[in-house]
Design a binder for this molecule. Structure first.
Ligand code: ADP
Ligand code: MG
Length: 376
């Protein structure tokens, strides 16, 4: 692919209209680009801030081609977009992120195999197609283990933890519910979760964001803390592996890599070729945010400084949290930044509605406030 320089005044097309697209669009608009997005929800978070939105299902090739025709560069903002559609678009339009990394990241089996092949440490796993594989897999990996859909999972959806024989029935029902391959993973007794977000442009320049420590609740990201409390050695290792993966896969754009930190070393959980929830802190706390960075990367600009300006704590606002947050907002600490994604209805208690970032030299204090405000 020949590198193109896409200057402000040009149009960035975004496949997907969620909060990641919204934050990318705001940064792109700030830089003087026009933005058009594609999403089935006529009031999508990204559509609300973009110059224009094409309202259509994301797997509609005609609609996607209409978006691409009107755009100088097309980016995807989530990884469950149809690879075949991206491959079709690539033939005629400029999609620098490409379909290859997408096809790897959206299939847990392919993802693990490709990472393993390149020598990166992944969680021990077995590929499961049927009941027989499941029984074998459980013997291989032992309890506890986690059964995951190979495709389409997010925020812990499509996962089942097997603690013992009693969970086998539910696991078998899950297998029967969808005709696809599954992954059985060893349950990792990690000390921490951490992630690296890496940017790479077509010239091969690489920038790695400060590593985050991630705390999940119910398998959904709850809080990210930067700098992480995982020790400098681990932190460097997370950043190093992140950079190497970006290089190995020939990334253009952004890649997030989620890790489990264990006393024996790091294991990669999964990767995502787009801005990542654990990188939302970069908008307030880094010199150049992940959202501006992906625009820079796909537009052929030089990559921006990823330096951390201040320690930071980020906490997600889920559907169930929105009303309490709004009620307490007039009394929030003065170092809290509020981000809401413009989702009008919190129909799902677990839906990501926004986030808060605390820029602070006393992260422990911010974490204590968060724990009190968002009790378990
Ligand atoms: P998603 O695509 O939904 O983010 P993940 O595979 O990242 O799925 O799982 C979500 C969270 O569930 C992880 O961040 C981690 O907290 C927990 N989890 C998933 N797999 C494992 C595992 N093999 N061992 C321990 N915890 C896990
Ligand atoms: Mg994850």
């Amino acid at each position: 692919m020949v590198e193109r320089l896409i200057l402000p005044g040009s149009t960035v097309g975004i496949l997907g209209g969620g909060q990641l697209g919204r934050m990318m669009a705001i940064e792109a608009k700030k830089m003087g680009y026009d933005v058009i997005c594609l999403d089935p929800d006529p009031d999508s978070p990204c559509g609300q801030v973009a110059d224009e939105q094409i309202v259509s299902p994301l797997n509609d090739l005609d609609a996607a081609a209409r978006l691409a025709r009107r755009s100088d560069v097309v980016v995807y903002e989530f990884e469950n977009i149809d690879v075949l559609l991206v491959q079709e678009l690539e033939k005629n339009y400029y999609l620098p992120q490409g379909s290859k990394i997408l096809s790897i990241a959206q299939d847990r089996i392919k993802e693990k195999r490709e990472l393993q092949k390149a020598g990166f440490p992944v969680v021990p796993f077995q590929v499961i197609s049927d009941r027989h594989d499941l029984e074998k897999g459980v013997i291989q990996l032992g309890y506890p283990c986690v059964l995951k859909t190979s495709r389409g999972g997010y925020d812990g959806k499509g996962q089942l933890v097997l603690k013992g024989l009693v969970d086998m029935k539910r696991a078998q029902e899950m297998l029967q519910s969808q005709d696809m391959e599954w992954v059985l993973e060893k349950m990792i007794n990690f000390t921490h979760e951490a992630s690296a977000i890496v940017a790479r442009n077509q010239r091969g320049d690489i920038r790695v964001y400060p590593v985050t420590e991630n705390i999940h609740r119910d398998n959904i990201l709850f809080m990210s803390i930067v700098p992480p409390r995982i020790g400098l050695k681990m932190e460097r290792e997370v950043a190093r592996i992140g950079g190497e993966i970006a290089q190995t896969f020939g990334l253009i754009g952004l890649l997030a890599i989620e890790f489990f930190v264990t006393p024996e070393g790091l294991l990669i959980n999964e990767i995502a070729p787009r801005p990542h929830n654990s990188g939302h802190y970069t908008w307030d706390a880094c010199y150049i945010s992940q959202f501006e960075q992906i625009i820079r990367a796909v537009c052929g600009l030089n990559l921006g400084n990823t330096e951390l300006m201040t320690p930071v704590v980020m906490v997600n606002i889920l559907g169930k949290d929105l009303a309490p947050v709004l009620k307490e907002l007039p009394r929030f600490p003065d170092n809290v930044k509020l981000h809401l994604y413009g989702k009008r209805v919190a129909q799902d208690a677990k839906r990501k509605m926004g986030h808060l970032t605390f820029k602070t030299n006393q992260p422990e204090k911010a974490m204590a406030w968060v724990e009190t405000f968002f009790p378990l």
